[in-house]
Design a protein around this ligand. Structure first.
Ligand code: NI
Length: 376
């Protein structure tokens, strides 16, 4: 009975969050709203120095289990046609973070009625997932230092409602990004001998960067070196002074990450020098690969089974997920739940079926309780 009430409330929360999406780092009203729901239900929030987002808790003492959701939306205009679509052009919950937040609040409301718990549950309402900054902010507060296992839940539009998806080991890829400015020497196009041409540097880099995967990476290691943006020049008869190259790097293994970064610096620097120019290389290290501990995935599978939810092994993917930052310090599992097959996440027509909360909330509650027992 109680859980049904929590699910009904979570659905209302979901509609409201979906109508009022906020972008990464600007989740002020979302944070206030979550705090309100928690305080209405006597669920305490830790006083932390987070700009947006928050961590709440239930129960006390050891063991300590954490459950994380993310709360931010994407800078895109919704075209879902839903009655509860975003009220703001250029902002949309197109990755289901509203669904995650509603799920975790539903889990919290249900657990609130199960007190006393056999330990502590920390509920992480994480900001800034889409720009991959939020997990590090939460970790920096130190509030997770005593957490023994962490779970994260994400919706997935590639599976029927209620399918539980995970896998032991790597589930998402590490995400790094680079931006290289090549500085040459401009000239009239008819006097190329007086120039150091950045367009030649860019062209060489685009070609030579392909050898990082084909010649430097072990053939059994998945790696992407993607050059996704280049730019230079203003007119047909001018050799420009500068140009740039941008791209993304995806990988699983830390040694590949290190090697790729080294090769990018080496190639860009070498090419620039070869053609009489200079390279200024910016390299931003994002999250590592999510890395699930087998025993916690097995527990998730067991709970899915007990709840009558189909469990399936997650497919290979090099998409990024900042939950991986938590897993560098805390063992745990990242889990997806099917929210009905349809347009994928980050698509303007994406929709997460709110009826999936009927599955996600009991699943989350049972998982957290089983983890507390397992850690005893
Ligand atoms: Ni997401």
């Amino acid at each position: 009975m109680e859980i049904r009430r929590s699910i009904a409330e979570a659905k209302e929360i979901f509609y409201r969050l979906h109508r009022h999406p906020e972008l990464s780092g600007q989740e002020f009203k979302t944070t206030e709203y979550i705090k309100q729901v928690l305080s209405d239900n006597d669920i305490p929030v830790y006083p932390l120095s987070l700009n947006t987002g928050l961590v709440a808790h239930l129960g006390c003492g050891k063991p300590v289990v954490a459950f994380r959701c993310d709360i931010d939306a994407l800078p895109m205009t919704e075209e879902s046609g839903l009655a509860y679509a975003s009220e703001y052009p250029g902002r949309m919950h197109a990755c289901g973070h509203d669904f995650h937040t509603a799920s975790l609040l539903g889990i919290a409301l249900t657990l609130r009625n199960c007190l006393p718990l056999q330990g502590t549950v920390k509920l992480i309402f994480q900001p800034e997932e889409e720009n991959m900054a939020g997990a590090r902010q939460v970790l920096q507060t130190g509030i997770l230092d005593d957490v023994e296992v962490i779970f994260g839940l994400h919706c997935c539009a590639a599976y029927p409602k209620g399918t539980v998806i995970s896998r032991p080991g790597f589930m998402n890829g590490a995400v790094d990004e680079f931006h290289i400015d090549f500085y040459g020497n401009g000239a009239h196009a008819c006097r190329p001998h007086q120039s150091a041409d950045p367009i030649i540097m860019i062209a060489s880099f685009v070609q030579e960067a392909q050898t990082i995967v084909s010649r430097n990476t072990a053939p059994f290691h998945p790696v992407v070196v993607g050059i996704t943006r280049i730019g230079s020049g203003t007119a047909k008869n001018i050799i420009p002074e500068t140009g740039f190259v941008e791209g993304t790097v995806r990988s699983l293994y830390p040694e590949d990450r290190r090697m790729i970064k080294e090769r990018i610096f080496c190639l860009a620097g070498g090419i620039a020098a070869n053609y009489g120019g200079k390279a200024d290389i910016g390299f931003v290290e994002g999250p590592p690969a999510t890395n699930n501990e087998a025993s916690w995935v097995a527990l998730a599978e067991k709970i899915a089974d007990e709840q009558g939810l189909p469990f399936t092994k997650a497919p290979d993917s090099l998409s990024g997920e900042d939950f991986a930052f938590y897993q560098q310090k805390i063992p745990g599992a990242f889990i997806q739940i099917g929210t009905g097959i349809g347009p994928m996440m980050h698509n303007p027509a994406f929709r997460a079926d709110p009826d999936t909360l009927n599955d996600a909330i009991p699943f989350g509650v049972a998982l957290v309780k089983a983890a507390l027992v397992a850690l005893r």
